[in-house]
Design a protein around this ligand. Structure first.
Ligand SMILES: Cc1ncc(COP(=O)(O)O)c(C=O)c1O
Length: 449
């Protein structure tokens, strides 16, 4: 932060801010006393400088540079302060942005809804509800499925992450801390996520008869078939970056349909072209009834969408959200969608993802504690284990690797699940930067193992 940025804070009435206070420890201590909670460990991460950052480079307030492979947890498709984005944002700065997009009509949200309907798989008639978060995008789908089906039960997976509030929290199962002590607002029949590296049914990929799909059939037989929908991440993000085999996803879809229910693909993290297709479910050749999306859709602004089958709700006022799809945000989302298309990012993400996985396979070969590497496009995970044979999960090692990567290697990286590292970089990341990220990860693993 330079004098100009400090001046802005002073103008807001915080006279005491001095450049001498620009230390991570000082601001982390202050944050701990003011903020109720942070999801990541302050022991690991520095205090980010909100006035600096370009592309995949972010900085803490002591001026330390980091290579960011989180992409703002899959938010920043085009990286930080992408110049053409800033230019476009400046051009639309004086639109009347304070129009509630789901209460009254205006052109931007209609165009955005049409565009999302077009890129979402399937030729069926679709409708869109806009939201301000991923969890609410999931909730929009859940409420619609209940409204249209007249049923209130859902199939969910373990692990799974769909949000931390209301109905979405009830579908979530990735960390007991999210759920302990909170009443679950909806009835969920839970089955295991198709997780081939640790098949819960003891199967090997070669001999698998999709026992996970059989388990869903059995669960419905014994728990009840009156389900409104099955809710599935087409690529499990927060729960451990798990790539399910297409035949398992197709099987889950077929069983869902046998019971007259809807299939919801939660693409909050994996959607918007990240995996090399607009929506990750397309890799599985399944046309879902619903898609929830957010994160990269807003390019840093809180923007989400629930896409569902027409009419989606049985009547007006059945669902809405005050701040959703304001004109400026809708125009920005349209711009990002066009950039992803014009810049051929679906193809580029697929290619870069392949390259990244190839490099990580080498890391796996050379390191006994790397049990598995997997992903689709620019959504990639590394599973750390005690050793390859036992596959025993190594959560403490994972935490040490993250700490080392951030503090010693200057790599801004997140974990996922109990023992995995997660890479969801911005689409503008170069092969050289991916190489650098892989080298830093390997160094952090070697230092920590
Ligand atoms: C698949 C998925 N669904 C839902 C959510 C919740 O999104 P939000 O935090 O914007 O509510 C997330 C967040 O990481 C996610 O990854």
């Amino acid at each position: 932060m330079d004098e100009k940025d400090i001046e802005i804070i002073k103008e807001l009435g915080f006279e005491e801010i001095t450049s001498k206070q620009m230390s991570n420890e000082y601001w982390k201590e202050r944050a701990a006393k003011a903020l109720a909670i942070t999801t990541q460990d302050r022991e690991v991460y520095g205090c980010l400088d909100h006035s600096r950052g370009e592309g995949v480079k972010i900085y803490d307030i002591e001026g330390r540079e980091y290579l960011d492979v989180t992409g703002g947890v899959a938010v920043r498709a085009l990286g930080l302060r992408y110049p053409p984005y800033l230019e476009f944002e400046n051009r639309i700065n004086d639109v009347v942005r304070e129009l509630p997009g789901m209460d009254f009509d205006a052109i931007p949200q209609t165009l955005l809804a049409e565009r999302l309907g077009d890129i979402a798989p399937g030729d069926h008639k679709k409708r869109v509800v806009f939201t301000t978060s991923g969890g609410r995008a999931v909730e929009g789908c859940l409420k619609s499925a209940m409204d249209l089906s007249g049923r209130t039960r859902f199939v969910g997976f373990r692990p799974a992450f769909h949000g931390r509030t209301g109905y979405a929290l009830a579908l979530t199962a990735s960390n007991h801390k999210h759920k302990n002590g909170y009443p679950q607002g909806i009835d969920v029949i839970r089955v295991s996520y198709p997780y081939c590296y640790r098949c819960p049914y003891g199967q090997q990929v070669e001999s698998c008869n999709v026992e996970c799909v059989e388990a869903l059939q059995y669960a419905l037989q014994v728990e009840g078939t009156d389900i409104a929908a099955t809710v599935m991440e087409p690529l499990c993000g927060e729960g451990g970056l798990i790539v399910p085999p297409p035949k398992a996803v197709q099987g889950m879809y077929d069983v869902t349909k046998e019971h007259g229910a809807y299939f919801i693909s939660d693409e909050v993290q994996a959607g918007m072209g990240r995996t090399g297709k607009w929506f990750a479910i397309e890799h599985h050749d399944v046309v879902p009834d619903y898609i929830s999306m957010a994160k990269a859709l807003g390019g840093g602004y809180p923007m989400g969408a629930s896409i569902g089958p027409a009419p989606m709700f049985t009547g007006g006022s059945r669902h809405s959200e005050t701040f959703s799809a304001e004109p400026k945000m809708s125009l920005l989302s349209l711009w990002i969608l066009k950039q992803i298309e014009d810049g051929d990012y679906l193809k580029k993400n697929a290619e870069k993802g392949e390259y990244l996985l190839k490099r990580l396979e080498e890391v796996k070969e050379n390191n006994e504690v790397v049990g598995d590497v997997r992903g689709m496009g620019l959504m990639v995970g590394i599973e750390l284990v005690k050793d390859k044979k036992s596959k025993e999960k190594a959560p403490k090692l994972r935490d040490r690797v993250i700490k080392n990567a951030v503090q010693k290697q200057g790599l801004w990286i997140l974990g996922s699940g109990q023992n995995c590292l997660r890479l969801t970089p911005s689409y503008i990341i170069t092969e050289d930067e991916l190489d650098s990220a892989v080298d830093k990860i390997e160094k952090a693993i070697k230092d920590s193992a």
